[in-house]
Design a protein around this ligand. Structure first.
Ligand SMILES: Nc1nc2c(ncn2[C@@H]2O[C@H](COP(=O)(O)OP(=O)(O)O)[C@@H](O)[C@H]2O)c(=O)[nH]1
Ligand SMILES: [Mg+2]
Length: 338
């Protein structure tokens, strides 16, 4: 059987091998993804982001455990769960792997769960692209819900979070990361805010600070697609309320607050579908993926067509301040002498 058929049939080993090929940018991985793409689009993609040490891995582990036990009218039975951990601060090889080890133990033997830790080698942009492929493969393999753990530090992580339908932003008391999160613009992508480590004494302050910040940021946060005008059967225009990101408290190590978090995830999913925002997000995701690919391919083609070192000469001229970056690129593109 071909790898694509094996993945579609639920062969975990074939899936694991395919994910490695995707991670390594192997052509075989891309061609499998091409064939699998028609089978994607069913999974609910849930991003979990936040500074290192906020408890993302622990929380994702608890979410997977609870989801496997949860009953809801969305899923006929407990949803199958894929986990993609993109956390350069705690890779499998060395570093803080405790969360991953606990995760492995608790969820081992459950065929309804598939966990993948992404290697942190290479540029973050490349990592973001590989993550997209890995998520697509898990989606095609039929996992109902895919949890994507990323460090909330930079643009690449924000991009990864943007690929999700529902983005959970985690913070914890004592890390001062509620302020960092706002700085990184991560608050703006939050659909659900979670203050983890609610067992710590200063948790109340963090929750209060976050609520206050959210209150202030709210007008700016109303992205246009959060307001949806729709016509009902009688042709009457009705307006769907925008989503107000809830602030929830959890103690991931004890599994406290997880039931409420699962509930919020389900509510957000319902909101997306009722307001048609689900399709909006799908569309903007497809668009940004195509934009990325177009940029890549055009640059690739440019370098294949121009192997004459003109680009290198442009770099030198910009370094020497004889041309500005814009002038240099203009000359390169127009084939002018350099
Ligand atoms: N006190 C407390 N510690 C927690 C909680 N959740 C996670 N931790 C601990 O915080 C540390 C970092 O957790 P981890 O899940 O690896 O964080 P990540 O880097 O965001 O993935 C670990 O030592 C966890 O045991 C919590 O709710 N309360
Ligand atoms: Mg982690």
């Amino acid at each position: 059987m071909k790898v694509v058929d094996r993945v579609l049939a639920g062969d975990r080993l074939a899936l694991a091998r395919l994910l490695t090929k995707i991670e390594n940018n192997e052509p075989e991985g891309f061609s499998a993804l091409n064939a699998l793409y028609a089978h994607t689009g069913n999974a609910h993609l849930v991003g979990v982001t936040g500074a290192p040490g906020t408890g993302k891995s622990t929380l994702v582990n608890q979410l997977a455990l609870h989801l496997r036990k949860s009953e809801s009218d969305i899923w006929e039975s407990a949803p199958t769960v894929g986990v993609v951990a993109v956390d350069p601060s705690s890779p499998f090889t060395g570093g803080a792997i405790l969360g991953d080890r606990i995760r492995m133990r608790d969820l081992a033997g459950d065929t309804g769960v598939f966990i993948r830790s992404m290697a942190s080698r290479g540029a973050l942009g490349g990592l973001a692209r590989a993550t997209t492929g890995v998520v697509q493969a898990l989606d095609a393999a039929g996992f109902d819900l895919i949890l994507i753990e990323t460090v909330g530090a930079g643009q690449a992580e924000v991009d990864i979070a943007r690929t999700a339908h529902t983005t959970i932003v985690l913070s914890a008391p004592g890390l001062g990361d509620d302020v960092q999160a706002i700085k990184a613009g991560i608050l703006e992508i939050a659909d659900i805010l979670v203050v983890n480590k609610a067992d710590l004494p200063s948790a109340d302050n963090t929750i209060r600070a976050l609520r206050a910040t959210l209150e202030m940021a709210r007008p700016a946060q109303r992205r246009p697609h959060n307001w949806v005008q729709d016509q009902d059967m009688e042709g009457e225009v009705k307006e769907t309320r925008s989503w107000e990101p809830p602030v929830l408290a959890t103690i991931a190590t004890k599994g406290e607050g997880i039931v409420e978090l699962v509930q919020a995830i389900i509510e957000h999913r319902n909101h997306l579908q009722e307001s048609h925002e689900w399709m909006d997000r799908e569309r903007s995701r497809v668009r940004s993926e195509l934009d990325d690919l177009l940029r890549d391919r055009l640059a690739e083609r440019f370098f294949t067509d121009h192997p004459d070192g003109r680009y290198e000469r442009a770099v030198e001229q910009v370094l020497a301040r004889t041309l500005s970056p814009r002038q240099a690129i203009q000359r390169v593109i127009e084939g002018k002498s350099l």
